[in-house]
Design a protein around this ligand. Structure first.
Ligand SMILES: [Zn+2]
Ligand SMILES: [Zn+2]
Length: 148
């Protein structure tokens, strides 16, 4: 399976964390998702490599990796939590409530909004994986009125 390989060992080392085979295996399994992937999918990928890692370990490790900002998490609606490798540049999403389509929202758009919030509220937003719900182009069908 080919997927982009991040220097997970270096990342963990630089953060001062212990590099354990479990952490590396789980990071790798998140990476193999190639985007958003659920804890359950990650668990199944890990299982094919090492049957001795249980579900609790996967969930606990994902929490840890999320805290360390090596992975980002997002609720895609209905409590469906997905994980993804954080990467170098933050990215965000637009999720259609109607058809479920997920689009990537560029960081510069969001940064513009963050700058406005910062200026007006003297509040620094640290959200690096924002998910916004609405209606996609194909679903709004009425020229984009907001009173959906
Ligand atoms: Zn994402
Ligand atoms: Zn849609």
């Amino acid at each position: 399976m080919s997927h982009q390989r991040w220097d997970f060992t270096g990342l963990l080392h630089r953060g001062g964390y212990r590099v354990t085979p479990q952490r590396l295996m789980i990071l790798d399994a998140v990476c193999e998702g190639g985007g958003h992937t659920t804890a359950e999918e990650i668990y199944h990928r890990v299982q094919t490599k090492s049957a001795c890692i249980n579900r609790a370990t996967v969930y606990r490790t994902l929490d840890f990796l999320h805290e360390q900002r090596l992975v980002v998490a997002a609720d895609m609606g209905g409590g469906r939590l997905v994980y993804e490798i954080a990467g170098d540049t933050p990215h965000h999403h637009l999720v259609c409530r109607n058809c479920g389509k997920i689009e990537v929202l560029a960081n510069d758009v969001v940064q513009g909004m963050y700058a406005a919030i910062n200026q007006r509220y003297e509040f620094t937003v640290s959200e690096d994986h924002l998910v916004m719900f609405g209606l996609c182009k194909g679903c709004r069908g009425d020229g984009g009125k907001l009173d959906a």
